[in-house]
Structure formats: structure tokens, C-alpha cells
Ligand binder design. Sequence first.
Ligand SMILES: Cc1ncc(COP(=O)(O)O)c(C=O)c1O
Length: 380
Amino acid sequence: MKRYPFCKLGEVNAPYREAIAEAMMRVLDSGRYVGGGDVSAFEDAVARLTGAKHAVGTGNGLDALRLIFRALIQTGRLKPGDGVAVPANTYIASMLAVSDNGLRIVAVDADAHTLLIDPAALEKAAGDETVKCLLTVHLYGRTAWNREIAETVKRHDLIVVEDAAQSIGSESDGTPGVNGGTVSGHLGHAAAFSFYPTKNLGALGDGGMVTTDDEELAKTVRALANYGSDRRYHNIYKGLNSRLDPLQAAILLAKLPGLETENEHRRRLATIYDRHITNPLVKKPSQPAYERESVWHQYVILCPHRDALREHLAKRGVETDIHYPEAPHQQPCYRDEIGGELRVTERIAREAVSLPITRCTTEEDAREIAEIIDELRVER
Ligand SMILES: Cc1ncc(COP(=O)(O)O)c(C=O)c1O
């Protein structure tokens, strides 16, 4: 039987094998194993890609987010207890970064078509005077920024942090960000990226990045990430140690030239799924009007008969995954802390199925997977 893997990272990285080996040897021979040329070259490359003025490497994406919120507090723009609007449908890291800094999570329900933050629900949440910030999450690779969200941000004078962990290379629908940018990572006051191995641009371990146009914020993040020191053995903050590993930076530099091809491949697969899946038991994500709005980190369909669908697909060799089986507010650690009407998010947690959408899947595979999905019938 033919197999359709969800994602095999060895296969994803195979085309970069030589470039990665060369990059690793370069770091080995450099004798510099913390910081150095590859880290700053990769920071510059991400700044160029997003259009942001500053980019600061971090140990991972969660730390990138945590550092942004710490820097916003350190520079007096937010204070502990302030409300941060966060989409309820997100990976838990978005929430952890907020609560870790003593900020208050205000969970906002999702839109059932985009699966991103619901702009109307955000407007309602922002009516609360204690909400000072929006953490917008470009979940599944789709940019969560449009005219309605931008208007809410302006009307309520919100600080905007982007969780761009899943969206490297995605763009807005043309709506400019708070500083006029249109690429994810340059839409808010600061953004966090993750280079976790499964990301569209993935390292061979952990890695993250903060991007911002704000020099003070960039400097503060850089110091906080390096024990709170602005120069050697001089600590202005009680910081942490979360720096981008030069080996990972060198590997990411080697893979970066392939990112556009990777994202384009995912867009083609998403278009095939969108055209070919016609089973009424399945709800597909809406296709963005402008194709570059999504880099399709995941292609997530909703199906009320999720177990039956996954079983049917598994029997035909199609691996699937769930992003995410429990929303953050349903997790034991947040159950008593995050409340509200989050019905769409809860539906997504019950019904979401992620289809294969990496380099391991060909266009022909995607057409066949769509056909297999269309064969699903359930007893009424
Ligand atoms: C939406 C989102 N935010 C934050 C993170 C945290 O990134 P990392 O795993 O690099 O800490 C991830 C990923 O894993 C993510 O998917």
C-alpha cells in the first residue's frame, strides 16, 4: 500500500545535506561557539526578509515571545497585570509567554473560516480598558492582520506583538502594520519567530528570533537574552540565557535560500486540497484572497467525525496529526485561569485534522489524499 507520511524531517532536510554539512564545519573551524558571524548574518537575513530594522536571535520561539513581553515591561510600555488579548486557538506557547510575565491573558475566540482570531470578538475584548496589548498569532502560517484588526488596534491604542512562529514569509492582505510593513514579523511593534525543526524554516534543534523596528526594544531584548548584560560582566537587568546557537544559525542560513520554494510548494498543495476535497462532512479552511497571506505551515480541516476520518485515512496509508487536541484554556495549567465563551476554539480542538503538507507530499499525493477524503461515508 502506498504511504503518505505526515512529515519526515530527514527527507525535508535532504536537499540541504551538503550545504548544512559545510555550514557545520565552518562553525567548527571558526572556534566561536556562542554568538559570532553566522548568528549576526542570519539576524540580518531575517531583518531583510521581514523588512524589520532589528532582529535578535534567541534560544527558541517561546523565549522570543517571553523576551518581548519582558522588554515591554522593562521599558515601561506594559506593567504586570495589564491585559493581553490572545487568540484562544493557538499553541500554548503564546499563552505561556504572557502569563510568565505577570500579564493577564484575555482569550479571544477564533473565526471558524480562517481559524485565526475573530476580529469582531477582538473588538469586543479590546473594549476592556485594562487590555493594553494584542498578541496576534499567525497560526498555521496564515497572517492574522487585516483592516478590521488594524482598526481595532488603532481605536484602542494597543501594543501589537506578533507570534510569527509558524508564518515565516507570509504577508498581510495588503493592510499595513503599525509601522507600515506588510510581511509577518513586521506588522506589529515586535514579533517572535521559531525555527523548531518542523517549521517551514526549521533548524536541527531549537532556535528563535525577535524582530522589531524599535531600537530600544531590540537592545533590551538582546541584553535580557544575555543574562541582562549590555556589555561583558555588566548586568543592567536580571536576565536569562537564551541566545541563538551559531550552529543553528549557520544551518538556517544554508536553508534560507530554499524557503520561498518550500512555501510555494505548500501553497500549491493547499490549492489542490481546496479544489479537490468536496466531501460535505469536511470543512476546509477558507482560501485567502491574496495567496501570499499564508505559507500553510499546516493545512487544517474540520470534521465532526474526526476519529472516523483519521481511521479511514490511516487505513489508506495517510498519516495525519491534530493541531491541537486541547486548546490552551482547556489544559490543566490554565483551566482555572482562562475563561470566556470560546465555542469556535473548542470546536476546532474537537474537529481539527492536519493533512500532510510538507516537501514529503507531492501534488499527486495531495490529489490522491483528497480523493480518499471524499470516499469517507459515515453511518447516520
Ligand atoms: C504558535 C507558536 N508560538 C510559539 C511557539 C514556540 O516556539 P518554540 O517551539 O521554538 O519555543 C510555537 C512552536 O512551537 C508555535 O507554534
